[in-house]
Design a protein around this ligand. Sequence first.
Ligand code: IFM
Length: 444
Amino acid sequence: MPQATYHFPRGFLWGTATAAHQVEGSNTNNQWWKWEQDGHTNGTSGLACDWWGGRWREDFDRAAEGGQNAHRFSVEWSRIQPTPDTWDEDALERYRTMLRGLRERGMTPMVTLHHFTDPLWLAEYGSWETEAVVPLFEKFVRKTVEALKEYCTLWCTLNEPNGYALNGYISHNVAMFPPGKNNPKLAFKVMAIMIRAHAAAYRAIHEIQHEARVGYALNYRSFVPYRTWSPLDQLSVKTAFNSLNIGFPSALATGLMRSPLGSIKVPEAKGTQDYFGLNYYTKDYVTFDLRKPKTLFAHNFFAKDADLSDNKFMANEPEGMFDGLKWIVRTFPNLPIIITENGIEDADDHMRPRYIAQHIHQVWRAVNFNWPVKGYFHWSLVDNFEWERGWTQRFGLWALDTETQKRTKRPSADLYAEICKENGLSSEMVQKYCPEVFDKLFPV
Ligand code: IFM
């Protein structure tokens, strides 16, 4: 049996990612809380992981003991700016304490400034549907970065802005994200406005902190033609790719946001990223289907024999991660890349160990081509509130009992700890945690 270790470069960031609304609890002043109270979600966030009550401490301990040297969390706009005219200095102080907590544990913080949630008052200004949000977001970013800059230099302006725009403004079946509208043109307008806000935030952060590294996190999905030979399926792949993946990257590469409904000029966005933040989870097969006019005739599905997650929400498709990295390197040569999220819903942890090992193996392949991948953040540290899916999906290395707040370690936490501590993935680890994929990862 082969024995080997896939090592990573010194200084590689190993962490987990979380988001304010998903872990803090009692975030009553944002549009998601209202969306939950209005019955649009499968359960409510409630106390979540009670980080606002202080349980971030024990979870940061878990992360540090597990060998993680970085952590990505988000701040909650509605806490920091509860009304358009007030700042909550106590809230900022709490985030400073959390950042100090990471530093004290030897972990590099990455702060996300917007992760799906908007203060309720933002609706009065048209939310992200009007340009008014751009200076409002910039103002919030300036205040927050000024307050937190002592402890953080790695910033993520927006998490999955493409997910925010498409899930909130194009509903094929049921409304998923607030505001639950169905208006594709507006979806791409929102995306363009988010690009403008990102660009404004990028410049503001650099004005405040010269050494800052600023990016955003793209929700990237890999798409491949079902029938590789079919020009129609190839066309549908382009449609799917251009709907989800292309907007932000095209704008930051050229100043023109591409979309299937046309292009929008955003010249100020060109070049506004110091790293590419990649959130990768899964890959779809795509075929042309005349019965799907709403998706411009692109029909997406998982492979018939796919390794599916609990709710069939994701398929374990590690090569899709490699394809994504390859596409990034071609589009933005030499730009550092950070995997800002990657993970799987898997309550009993039967699948996560192989998912982790197989994806990290793909990251290692990329690093071995000298592609500048600088870090990997697993989603997530502990089970947290999964938006419209509520608590039905469990992404944590640690399981959470929401009644008691008790955390229980899953085997994946041990595997990930071994990877972080070794700064690599070894054949022994794979043999111990997921022998079923040993031959794939360490072929003779
Ligand atoms: O939980 C989410 C996160 O908020 C954004 N990216 C995908 C994760 C898993 O669904």
